[in-house]
Design a protein around this ligand. Structure first.
Ligand SMILES: Cc1cc2nc3c(=O)[nH]c(=O)nc-3n(C[C@H](O)[C@H](O)[C@H](O)COP(=O)(O)O)c2cc1C
Length: 211
């Protein structure tokens, strides 16, 4: 089994990466493989709502979002890490997640994410972590992904990686999160092997507030 660790920071080896590294080490100890996916520093457009993904089966902008979706299809779980920028997820990460989730849903029937455990990890110098945590968790809650929790909200503090390495409670929170993720993945695998049926699918209802 494999967990994809998304580094949504412009810094390839920064604070977010350091926090994800602690989850990787722990997941590996638990027998779960990991792969880091860095969103990079190239400009990333937000979703333009063109719905071309319905026909194309991928996002109309052929950049790292489509690379990610291809890898997501093979993953069993996800940890999405992002620095906090102005009390929210980084702008590039927000653009990345909007397009990844929207195109995987409309263009791929949500197969990349359906029932796969997921968690958010936040890195901040000082504040804004809980609002960003809420923001990232909302993607999981809309895509039928079990949200994995820890012994505290999944955050680390620091302006540089060395700070994160000194954040004892933050690193502890990362390790607990990783062990809980590993446990859930093993339970899911054992359940399916033991004959537990996936949930019955019901035809979706789609309404808005003017009809
Ligand atoms: C544009 C920008 C906005 C930021 N806003 C916040 C903020 O609202 N709260 C905070 O605590 N840190 C803020 N920071 C600091 C980073 O969140 C923090 O240093 C983070 O740990 C960096 O992670 P990274 O090394 O993975 O990029 C901001 C940094 C930048 C570049």
């Amino acid at each position: 089994m494999k967990v994809l660790l998304v580094n949504g920071s412009p810094h390839e080896k920064g604070c977010t990466y350091t926090a994800l590294g602690e989850t990787a080490k722990t997941l590996n100890e638990e027998g779960i493989a990991t792969e880091v996916f860095w969103i990079g520093t190239k400009p990333l457009s937000g979703c333009v709502g063109c719905k071309a993904c319905v026909k194309l089966g991928r996002c109309v902008f052929n950049d790292c979002v489509n690379d990610f979706i291809a890898r997501a299809a093979e993953a069993d779980g996800f940890i999405f890490g992002t620095p906090v920028h102005y009390a929210a997820a980084g702008g590039a990460m927000t653009a990345f997640m909007d397009r990844a989730f929207y195109s995987a849903f409309l263009g791929g029937g949500n197969r990349a994410f359906y029932l796969k455990p997921a968690a958010a990890v936040l890195s901040a110098r000082r504040a804004g972590t809980t609002s960003a945590f809420d923001q990232i968790n909302k993607y999981f809650a809309l895509h039928e992904m079990p949200i994995v929790s820890s012994r505290y909200w999944n955050m680390v503090f620091g302006a540089k990686p060395e700070d994160v390495l000194r954040d004892e409670e933050g690193l502890y929170t990362m390790r607990v999160l990783a062990r809980n993720m590993a446990f859930l993945l093993k339970c899911k695998k054992a359940g399916i092997a033991g004959g537990v049926e996936p949930p019955r699918r019901e035809e979706p209802r789609f309404t808005n507030f003017i009809r």
